[in-house]
Design a protein. Structure first.
Length: 83
């Protein structure tokens, strides 16, 4: 099985989720933001697919929610992050 790298609330180990019989998720070692984002992703097939990719990533991923907007420009490319 591939590594699980959604960084957990302890800052060291991975957060994990288990799919319940009703389709909802139960979380272990997950921050409130990770749970909120993960639960929202779990609402659609596309979101579930993306959540699975995050959980199996070889790259450590940290999930957080912010009210700050950020715009980055690189030549003609503009990237904008909301919240």
């Amino acid at each position: 099985m591939a590594p699980t790298w959604v960084l957990g609330a302890d800052g060291k180990n991975a957060a994990t989720s288990t799919v319940n019989t009703d389709g909802s998720l139960t979380w272990k070692n997950a921050t409130a933001d990770t749970q909120r984002i993960g639960n929202d992703l779990n609402e659609t097939a596309t979101g579930r697919s993306q959540l699975e990719k995050l959980e199996k990533s070889d790259i450590k991923v940290s999930l957080s929610i912010s009210s700050k907007d950020n715009t980055e420009r690189n030549g003609n490319k503009v990237s904008r992050t909301y919240g």
